[in-house]
Design a binder for this molecule. Structure first.
Ligand code: HAM
Length: 428
Protein backbone atom coordinates (compact mmCIF):
# COMPACT_ATOMS: atom_id res chain seq x y z
CA UNK A 1 0.00 0.00 0.00
CA UNK A 2 1.27 3.45 -0.91
CA UNK A 3 2.13 5.57 2.14
CA UNK A 4 0.64 9.04 1.98
CA UNK A 5 0.30 11.87 4.47
CA UNK A 6 -2.57 11.61 6.92
CA UNK A 7 -5.85 13.27 5.88
CA UNK A 8 -6.06 16.84 7.17
CA UNK A 9 -2.29 17.30 7.53
CA UNK A 10 0.10 19.35 5.41
CA UNK A 11 3.76 19.22 4.28
CA UNK A 12 5.62 22.50 3.72
CA UNK A 13 8.69 22.89 1.51
CA UNK A 14 10.32 25.77 -0.37
CA UNK A 15 8.40 29.04 -0.26
CA UNK A 16 5.59 27.44 1.79
CA UNK A 17 8.09 26.70 4.55
CA UNK A 18 9.50 30.24 4.20
CA UNK A 19 5.97 31.66 4.59
CA UNK A 20 5.33 29.53 7.68
CA UNK A 21 8.52 30.74 9.37
CA UNK A 22 7.85 34.33 8.25
CA UNK A 23 4.52 34.30 10.11
CA UNK A 24 6.22 32.82 13.18
CA UNK A 25 9.05 35.35 13.15
CA UNK A 26 6.90 38.42 12.44
CA UNK A 27 4.27 37.61 15.07
CA UNK A 28 6.64 36.44 17.81
CA UNK A 29 8.75 39.59 17.35
CA UNK A 30 5.63 41.64 18.02
CA UNK A 31 4.77 39.48 21.05
CA UNK A 32 8.27 40.17 22.42
CA UNK A 33 7.77 43.92 21.91
CA UNK A 34 4.62 43.65 24.04
CA UNK A 35 6.68 41.96 26.79
CA UNK A 36 5.74 38.30 26.15
CA UNK A 37 8.30 35.49 26.52
CA UNK A 38 8.13 32.03 25.00
CA UNK A 39 6.63 28.96 26.64
CA UNK A 40 7.15 25.50 25.16
CA UNK A 41 4.97 22.73 26.60
CA UNK A 42 4.63 19.04 25.65
CA UNK A 43 2.36 18.02 22.79
CA UNK A 44 0.90 15.23 24.95
CA UNK A 45 -1.01 15.92 28.17
CA UNK A 46 -3.27 13.99 30.50
CA UNK A 47 -6.71 13.89 28.89
CA UNK A 48 -8.23 15.50 31.99
CA UNK A 49 -6.22 18.65 31.31
CA UNK A 50 -8.55 19.40 28.39
CA UNK A 51 -11.72 17.85 29.80
CA UNK A 52 -11.49 20.12 32.84
CA UNK A 53 -10.36 23.26 31.04
CA UNK A 54 -12.34 23.24 27.82
CA UNK A 55 -15.46 21.64 29.31
CA UNK A 56 -17.10 18.27 28.83
CA UNK A 57 -19.85 19.68 26.60
CA UNK A 58 -17.46 21.39 24.17
CA UNK A 59 -17.16 19.97 20.63
CA UNK A 60 -13.44 19.59 21.18
CA UNK A 61 -13.87 17.18 24.09
CA UNK A 62 -16.95 15.46 22.69
CA UNK A 63 -15.73 14.80 19.16
CA UNK A 64 -12.35 16.16 18.25
CA UNK A 65 -9.63 14.94 20.57
CA UNK A 66 -6.93 12.46 19.61
CA UNK A 67 -7.03 10.42 22.81
CA UNK A 68 -5.36 7.07 23.48
CA UNK A 69 -4.27 4.83 26.33
CA UNK A 70 -0.50 4.59 26.65
CA UNK A 71 1.25 1.35 27.57
CA UNK A 72 0.70 2.17 31.23
CA UNK A 73 -3.09 2.46 30.59
CA UNK A 74 -3.05 6.24 31.15
CA UNK A 75 -5.39 8.35 29.06
CA UNK A 76 -3.27 10.71 26.97
CA UNK A 77 -4.42 13.40 24.52
CA UNK A 78 -2.56 15.20 21.73
CA UNK A 79 -3.18 18.84 22.62
CA UNK A 80 -6.13 20.27 20.67
CA UNK A 81 -5.23 23.76 21.94
CA UNK A 82 -2.61 25.29 24.20
CA UNK A 83 -4.48 27.51 26.68
CA UNK A 84 -5.18 24.57 29.00
CA UNK A 85 -1.53 23.43 28.82
CA UNK A 86 -0.21 26.87 29.74
CA UNK A 87 -2.60 27.09 32.70
CA UNK A 88 -1.64 23.55 33.76
CA UNK A 89 2.01 24.66 33.78
CA UNK A 90 1.23 27.89 35.64
CA UNK A 91 -0.71 26.19 38.43
CA UNK A 92 1.51 23.08 38.64
CA UNK A 93 4.54 25.30 39.23
CA UNK A 94 2.67 27.76 41.49
CA UNK A 95 3.78 30.59 39.23
CA UNK A 96 0.80 32.57 40.55
CA UNK A 97 2.92 33.23 43.66
CA UNK A 98 5.02 35.67 41.59
CA UNK A 99 3.66 39.21 41.73
CA UNK A 100 2.78 41.14 38.58
CA UNK A 101 1.84 39.96 35.14
CA UNK A 102 3.00 36.74 33.49
CA UNK A 103 2.93 36.89 29.71
CA UNK A 104 3.64 33.88 27.51
CA UNK A 105 3.56 33.31 23.78
CA UNK A 106 3.70 29.94 22.00
CA UNK A 107 3.93 28.56 18.48
CA UNK A 108 3.33 24.92 17.70
CA UNK A 109 1.14 22.12 16.36
CA UNK A 110 -2.36 21.30 17.67
CA UNK A 111 -4.51 18.29 16.78
CA UNK A 112 -8.27 18.08 16.26
CA UNK A 113 -10.24 15.32 14.59
CA UNK A 114 -12.32 17.68 12.44
CA UNK A 115 -13.70 17.20 8.93
CA UNK A 116 -10.84 18.48 6.74
CA UNK A 117 -11.81 21.33 4.39
CA UNK A 118 -10.38 24.67 3.24
CA UNK A 119 -8.70 26.24 6.27
CA UNK A 120 -9.61 23.35 8.60
CA UNK A 121 -7.02 20.67 9.28
CA UNK A 122 -6.43 17.82 11.72
CA UNK A 123 -2.92 19.01 12.51
CA UNK A 124 -2.58 22.78 12.44
CA UNK A 125 -0.34 25.39 14.02
CA UNK A 126 -1.35 27.99 16.57
CA UNK A 127 0.53 31.13 17.40
CA UNK A 128 -0.95 32.23 20.70
CA UNK A 129 -0.48 34.36 23.80
CA UNK A 130 -1.71 34.00 27.37
CA UNK A 131 -1.49 36.75 29.98
CA UNK A 132 -2.10 36.18 33.70
CA UNK A 133 -2.80 38.62 36.53
CA UNK A 134 -4.27 42.05 37.00
CA UNK A 135 -7.68 42.13 35.31
CA UNK A 136 -8.15 45.44 33.56
CA UNK A 137 -10.17 46.36 30.47
CA UNK A 138 -7.21 48.29 29.11
CA UNK A 139 -5.27 45.03 29.01
CA UNK A 140 -8.08 43.26 27.15
CA UNK A 141 -8.15 46.03 24.56
CA UNK A 142 -4.37 46.00 24.21
CA UNK A 143 -4.34 42.21 23.68
CA UNK A 144 -6.75 42.65 20.77
CA UNK A 145 -4.57 45.51 19.58
CA UNK A 146 -1.53 43.20 19.60
CA UNK A 147 -3.38 40.56 17.55
CA UNK A 148 -4.36 43.25 15.07
CA UNK A 149 -0.75 44.49 14.83
CA UNK A 150 0.47 40.95 14.17
CA UNK A 151 -2.03 40.45 11.36
CA UNK A 152 -1.29 43.85 9.84
CA UNK A 153 2.45 43.14 9.96
CA UNK A 154 2.15 39.96 7.95
CA UNK A 155 0.05 41.86 5.45
CA UNK A 156 -3.30 40.05 5.75
CA UNK A 157 -6.20 42.29 4.70
CA UNK A 158 -10.00 42.04 4.71
CA UNK A 159 -10.24 41.24 8.38
CA UNK A 160 -12.79 42.35 10.94
CA UNK A 161 -12.76 42.21 14.72
CA UNK A 162 -15.92 40.69 16.24
CA UNK A 163 -16.37 41.02 19.97
CA UNK A 164 -18.95 40.10 22.59
CA UNK A 165 -19.24 39.55 26.31
CA UNK A 166 -20.69 36.43 27.87
CA UNK A 167 -20.58 38.08 31.31
CA UNK A 168 -19.25 36.85 34.63
CA UNK A 169 -20.66 33.86 36.58
CA UNK A 170 -23.80 35.63 37.82
CA UNK A 171 -24.72 37.13 34.47
CA UNK A 172 -24.22 33.77 32.80
CA UNK A 173 -26.31 31.93 35.42
CA UNK A 174 -29.26 34.28 34.77
CA UNK A 175 -28.77 33.97 31.02
CA UNK A 176 -28.65 30.16 31.17
CA UNK A 177 -32.00 30.13 32.97
CA UNK A 178 -33.47 32.42 30.30
CA UNK A 179 -32.13 30.20 27.51
CA UNK A 180 -33.52 27.07 29.15
CA UNK A 181 -36.94 28.66 29.52
CA UNK A 182 -36.90 29.88 25.93
CA UNK A 183 -35.84 26.57 24.38
CA UNK A 184 -37.92 24.30 26.71
CA UNK A 185 -40.79 23.94 24.21
CA UNK A 186 -38.59 24.12 21.08
CA UNK A 187 -36.31 21.14 21.66
CA UNK A 188 -37.93 19.13 18.85
CA UNK A 189 -36.69 21.68 16.33
CA UNK A 190 -33.06 21.30 17.45
CA UNK A 191 -30.32 18.91 16.36
CA UNK A 192 -29.45 15.95 18.65
CA UNK A 193 -26.26 17.70 19.84
CA UNK A 194 -28.22 20.77 20.91
CA UNK A 195 -30.57 18.58 22.95
CA UNK A 196 -27.52 17.42 24.92
CA UNK A 197 -26.16 20.99 25.11
CA UNK A 198 -29.54 22.11 26.49
CA UNK A 199 -28.96 19.83 29.47
CA UNK A 200 -25.22 20.36 29.94
CA UNK A 201 -24.52 23.96 28.90
CA UNK A 202 -27.27 25.83 27.02
CA UNK A 203 -24.85 28.60 25.99
CA UNK A 204 -23.19 26.06 23.69
CA UNK A 205 -26.42 25.90 21.65
CA UNK A 206 -25.76 29.40 20.33
CA UNK A 207 -22.49 28.14 18.87
CA UNK A 208 -24.08 25.21 16.98
CA UNK A 209 -22.93 24.91 13.37
CA UNK A 210 -26.05 22.89 12.44
CA UNK A 211 -28.81 25.01 13.99
CA UNK A 212 -27.22 28.44 13.52
CA UNK A 213 -29.56 29.37 10.63
CA UNK A 214 -32.84 28.60 12.47
CA UNK A 215 -35.24 31.44 13.25
CA UNK A 216 -35.60 30.23 16.84
CA UNK A 217 -31.85 30.77 17.22
CA UNK A 218 -32.09 34.33 15.89
CA UNK A 219 -34.92 35.08 18.34
CA UNK A 220 -33.21 33.54 21.38
CA UNK A 221 -32.60 35.81 24.40
CA UNK A 222 -29.50 37.98 24.15
CA UNK A 223 -26.82 38.08 26.85
CA UNK A 224 -26.77 41.88 26.88
CA UNK A 225 -30.21 41.85 28.54
CA UNK A 226 -28.91 39.71 31.44
CA UNK A 227 -25.58 41.37 32.23
CA UNK A 228 -24.77 42.49 35.76
CA UNK A 229 -23.84 46.19 35.90
CA UNK A 230 -20.15 45.42 36.59
CA UNK A 231 -19.93 43.13 33.53
CA UNK A 232 -21.63 45.66 31.32
CA UNK A 233 -19.30 48.39 32.53
CA UNK A 234 -16.23 46.20 31.99
CA UNK A 235 -17.27 45.45 28.41
CA UNK A 236 -18.18 49.05 27.60
CA UNK A 237 -14.80 50.21 28.89
CA UNK A 238 -13.01 47.72 26.63
CA UNK A 239 -14.95 49.16 23.69
CA UNK A 240 -13.97 52.70 24.70
CA UNK A 241 -10.32 51.68 24.77
CA UNK A 242 -10.61 49.93 21.39
CA UNK A 243 -12.01 53.19 20.02
CA UNK A 244 -9.11 55.10 21.58
CA UNK A 245 -6.62 52.69 19.96
CA UNK A 246 -8.30 53.35 16.61
CA UNK A 247 -9.54 49.77 16.15
CA UNK A 248 -12.79 49.12 14.33
CA UNK A 249 -14.95 46.27 15.62
CA UNK A 250 -18.37 44.72 15.33
CA UNK A 251 -20.37 43.49 18.33
CA UNK A 252 -21.48 39.89 17.66
CA UNK A 253 -24.27 39.34 20.16
CA UNK A 254 -24.45 35.59 19.67
CA UNK A 255 -20.74 34.81 19.80
CA UNK A 256 -20.05 32.49 22.76
CA UNK A 257 -16.97 30.66 21.36
CA UNK A 258 -16.62 26.90 21.20
CA UNK A 259 -14.79 26.45 24.50
CA UNK A 260 -16.40 26.48 27.94
CA UNK A 261 -13.70 28.34 29.80
CA UNK A 262 -14.48 31.93 28.79
CA UNK A 263 -15.76 34.61 31.14
CA UNK A 264 -16.64 38.16 30.07
CA UNK A 265 -15.17 39.31 26.77
CA UNK A 266 -14.68 36.97 23.82
CA UNK A 267 -13.45 37.98 20.38
CA UNK A 268 -12.63 36.64 16.94
CA UNK A 269 -10.87 38.18 13.99
CA UNK A 270 -12.67 36.99 10.89
CA UNK A 271 -11.66 36.88 7.23
CA UNK A 272 -14.28 39.01 5.57
CA UNK A 273 -14.11 38.46 1.82
CA UNK A 274 -17.37 37.25 0.25
CA UNK A 275 -15.56 36.35 -2.99
CA UNK A 276 -13.38 33.82 -1.21
CA UNK A 277 -14.11 30.24 -0.19
CA UNK A 278 -12.30 31.12 3.06
CA UNK A 279 -14.81 33.90 3.79
CA UNK A 280 -16.01 33.90 7.41
CA UNK A 281 -13.15 31.80 8.82
CA UNK A 282 -11.69 33.00 12.11
CA UNK A 283 -7.94 33.60 11.83
CA UNK A 284 -7.64 34.56 15.48
CA UNK A 285 -9.82 33.92 18.52
CA UNK A 286 -9.63 34.41 22.23
CA UNK A 287 -10.99 36.06 25.31
CA UNK A 288 -10.88 36.24 29.07
CA UNK A 289 -11.01 33.04 31.16
CA UNK A 290 -10.71 33.90 34.86
CA UNK A 291 -12.16 30.60 36.12
CA UNK A 292 -9.73 28.14 34.53
CA UNK A 293 -7.16 28.28 37.36
CA UNK A 294 -9.74 26.77 39.72
CA UNK A 295 -10.30 23.83 37.32
CA UNK A 296 -6.66 22.91 37.98
CA UNK A 297 -7.18 23.22 41.75
CA UNK A 298 -5.35 26.55 41.76
CA UNK A 299 -6.59 29.93 42.96
CA UNK A 300 -8.61 32.31 40.80
CA UNK A 301 -6.21 33.50 38.12
CA UNK A 302 -7.18 36.45 36.00
CA UNK A 303 -6.35 35.40 32.48
CA UNK A 304 -6.76 36.47 28.88
CA UNK A 305 -5.30 35.26 25.59
CA UNK A 306 -5.82 34.41 21.96
CA UNK A 307 -4.56 32.02 19.30
CA UNK A 308 -4.15 32.39 15.55
CA UNK A 309 -4.35 29.64 12.94
CA UNK A 310 -1.12 29.80 10.98
CA UNK A 311 -2.25 27.58 8.07
CA UNK A 312 -5.39 29.71 7.67
CA UNK A 313 -3.22 32.81 7.42
CA UNK A 314 -1.05 31.07 4.83
CA UNK A 315 -4.11 30.10 2.78
CA UNK A 316 -5.36 33.69 2.85
CA UNK A 317 -1.93 35.03 1.88
CA UNK A 318 -1.87 32.60 -1.07
CA UNK A 319 -5.29 33.68 -2.22
CA UNK A 320 -4.32 37.36 -2.02
CA UNK A 321 -1.04 36.57 -3.82
CA UNK A 322 0.72 38.19 -0.87
CA UNK A 323 4.47 37.70 -1.29
CA UNK A 324 5.60 39.91 1.62
CA UNK A 325 7.21 36.82 3.09
CA UNK A 326 9.70 36.62 0.21
CA UNK A 327 11.84 39.27 1.78
CA UNK A 328 14.81 40.27 -0.30
CA UNK A 329 17.82 38.85 1.49
CA UNK A 330 21.47 39.71 1.16
CA UNK A 331 22.38 36.42 -0.48
CA UNK A 332 24.71 36.10 -3.46
CA UNK A 333 24.54 33.92 -6.57
CA UNK A 334 27.83 33.31 -8.34
CA UNK A 335 27.39 32.90 -12.09
CA UNK A 336 30.20 31.61 -14.28
CA UNK A 337 30.81 31.85 -18.04
CA UNK A 338 33.13 29.50 -19.84
CA UNK A 339 34.75 26.18 -18.99
CA UNK A 340 37.52 27.39 -16.69
CA UNK A 341 35.45 29.81 -14.67
CA UNK A 342 33.50 27.16 -12.71
CA UNK A 343 36.37 26.23 -10.40
CA UNK A 344 37.15 29.91 -9.81
CA UNK A 345 33.44 30.40 -9.02
CA UNK A 346 33.40 27.58 -6.48
CA UNK A 347 36.49 29.06 -4.81
CA UNK A 348 34.85 32.50 -4.69
CA UNK A 349 31.63 31.03 -3.26
CA UNK A 350 33.65 29.22 -0.63
CA UNK A 351 35.46 32.47 0.30
CA UNK A 352 32.16 34.35 0.70
CA UNK A 353 30.68 31.58 2.87
CA UNK A 354 33.78 31.51 5.07
CA UNK A 355 33.12 35.21 5.64
CA UNK A 356 29.58 34.57 6.84
CA UNK A 357 27.78 35.47 3.62
CA UNK A 358 25.10 33.30 2.04
CA UNK A 359 26.46 32.43 -1.40
CA UNK A 360 25.42 29.75 -3.88
CA UNK A 361 26.59 28.49 -7.24
CA UNK A 362 25.10 26.10 -9.77
CA UNK A 363 27.84 23.44 -9.89
CA UNK A 364 26.71 21.85 -13.13
CA UNK A 365 25.20 24.44 -15.46
CA UNK A 366 27.37 26.37 -17.87
CA UNK A 367 24.62 28.21 -19.75
CA UNK A 368 23.19 31.38 -18.24
CA UNK A 369 19.49 30.48 -18.02
CA UNK A 370 19.67 27.82 -15.28
CA UNK A 371 22.19 29.90 -13.35
CA UNK A 372 19.85 32.92 -13.32
CA UNK A 373 17.00 30.57 -12.31
CA UNK A 374 18.99 29.68 -9.19
CA UNK A 375 19.31 33.36 -8.39
CA UNK A 376 15.53 33.80 -8.82
CA UNK A 377 14.81 30.87 -6.51
CA UNK A 378 17.13 32.31 -3.88
CA UNK A 379 15.66 35.76 -4.38
CA UNK A 380 19.31 36.81 -4.19
CA UNK A 381 20.21 40.44 -3.81
CA UNK A 382 23.62 40.14 -5.51
CA UNK A 383 24.67 38.34 -8.66
CA UNK A 384 28.43 38.01 -9.23
CA UNK A 385 29.43 37.14 -12.77
CA UNK A 386 32.86 35.78 -13.62
CA UNK A 387 34.10 34.72 -17.06
CA UNK A 388 37.49 34.09 -18.62
CA UNK A 389 38.24 37.82 -19.06
CA UNK A 390 37.37 38.59 -15.44
CA UNK A 391 39.69 35.83 -14.26
CA UNK A 392 42.52 37.06 -16.49
CA UNK A 393 42.11 40.62 -15.16
CA UNK A 394 41.41 39.63 -11.51
CA UNK A 395 37.95 41.26 -11.77
CA UNK A 396 34.28 40.42 -11.28
CA UNK A 397 30.96 42.01 -12.25
CA UNK A 398 28.48 42.52 -9.40
CA UNK A 399 24.78 43.24 -9.99
CA UNK A 400 22.89 44.65 -7.01
CA UNK A 401 19.23 43.83 -7.73
CA UNK A 402 17.97 46.21 -5.03
CA UNK A 403 19.95 49.30 -5.98
CA UNK A 404 19.76 48.19 -9.63
CA UNK A 405 23.47 48.80 -10.21
CA UNK A 406 26.07 46.86 -12.13
CA UNK A 407 29.70 47.41 -11.11
CA UNK A 408 32.94 45.88 -12.29
CA UNK A 409 35.37 45.63 -9.40
CA UNK A 410 38.89 44.32 -8.90
CA UNK A 411 39.13 41.16 -6.73
CA UNK A 412 41.12 43.23 -4.24
CA UNK A 413 38.01 45.44 -3.75
CA UNK A 414 35.72 42.50 -2.87
CA UNK A 415 36.23 42.82 0.89
CA UNK A 416 35.33 46.50 0.80
CA UNK A 417 32.24 45.87 -1.36
CA UNK A 418 30.79 43.31 1.11
CA UNK A 419 32.27 44.84 4.29
CA UNK A 420 34.36 41.72 4.89
CA UNK A 421 36.71 42.45 7.76
CA UNK A 422 40.04 40.98 8.79
CA UNK A 423 40.71 38.82 5.71
CA UNK A 424 43.48 39.11 3.20
CA UNK A 425 42.53 40.57 -0.18
CA UNK A 426 40.78 38.09 -2.42
CA UNK A 427 42.42 36.82 -5.62
CA UNK A 428 41.45 34.00 -8.03
P1 HAM B 1 -10.01 28.28 18.84
O1 HAM B 1 -11.05 29.23 18.36
O2 HAM B 1 -10.43 26.89 19.03
O3 HAM B 1 -9.45 28.87 20.21
O4 HAM B 1 -8.77 28.29 17.86
C1 HAM B 1 -8.04 29.48 17.63
C2 HAM B 1 -7.69 29.60 16.16
O5 HAM B 1 -6.99 28.42 15.73
C3 HAM B 1 -8.90 29.67 15.23
O6 HAM B 1 -9.38 30.99 15.13
C4 HAM B 1 -8.29 29.20 13.91
O7 HAM B 1 -7.62 30.25 13.27
C5 HAM B 1 -7.29 28.16 14.37
N1 HAM B 1 -7.88 26.82 14.22
C6 HAM B 1 -8.71 26.18 15.08
N2 HAM B 1 -9.03 24.96 14.62
C7 HAM B 1 -8.39 24.83 13.44
C8 HAM B 1 -8.30 23.79 12.45
N3 HAM B 1 -8.92 22.62 12.61
N4 HAM B 1 -7.55 24.00 11.33
C9 HAM B 1 -6.89 25.17 11.16
N5 HAM B 1 -6.92 26.18 12.06
C10 HAM B 1 -7.66 26.02 13.17
C11 HAM B 1 -8.46 28.28 20.92
O8 HAM B 1 -7.82 27.33 20.56
C12 HAM B 1 -8.16 29.00 22.21
N6 HAM B 1 -7.14 28.25 22.91
C13 HAM B 1 -7.75 30.44 21.95
C14 HAM B 1 -7.40 31.16 23.22
C15 HAM B 1 -6.17 31.41 23.71
N7 HAM B 1 -8.29 31.65 24.08
C16 HAM B 1 -7.64 32.18 25.09
N8 HAM B 1 -6.36 32.03 24.88
Amino acid sequence: MKITKIKGTLDFTGNEAVKYRYIEKTCTNIAKKFGFSEIITPIIEQTDCFVRATGEASDIVQKEMYTFLDRGERSITLRPEETACVMRHFVENKKYANPGLTKYYYFGPMFRYERPQAGRYRQFTQLGVECYGNENPLMDADIINMAWQMLSSIGVDNLKICINTIGGKESRAKYQVALKEYFADKLDELCPDCKVRYQKNPLRMLDCKVDSGLEIMANAPKIKDYLEDCDKEYFDTILTYLDALGLKYEISERMVRGLDYYTNDVFEIIYDNPKSQLNGLAVCAGGRYNDMGAEFDGPTIQAIGFAMGVERLMAIMDEAENTDYLEQNDSITVITLGQNAKLAGVKLTNYLRKNNLHAEIDYAANSLKPQFKLSERMNARYIIIIGEDEIANQEMTIKDTVLKTETKIKCSELNKYFNIEGSIDYAY
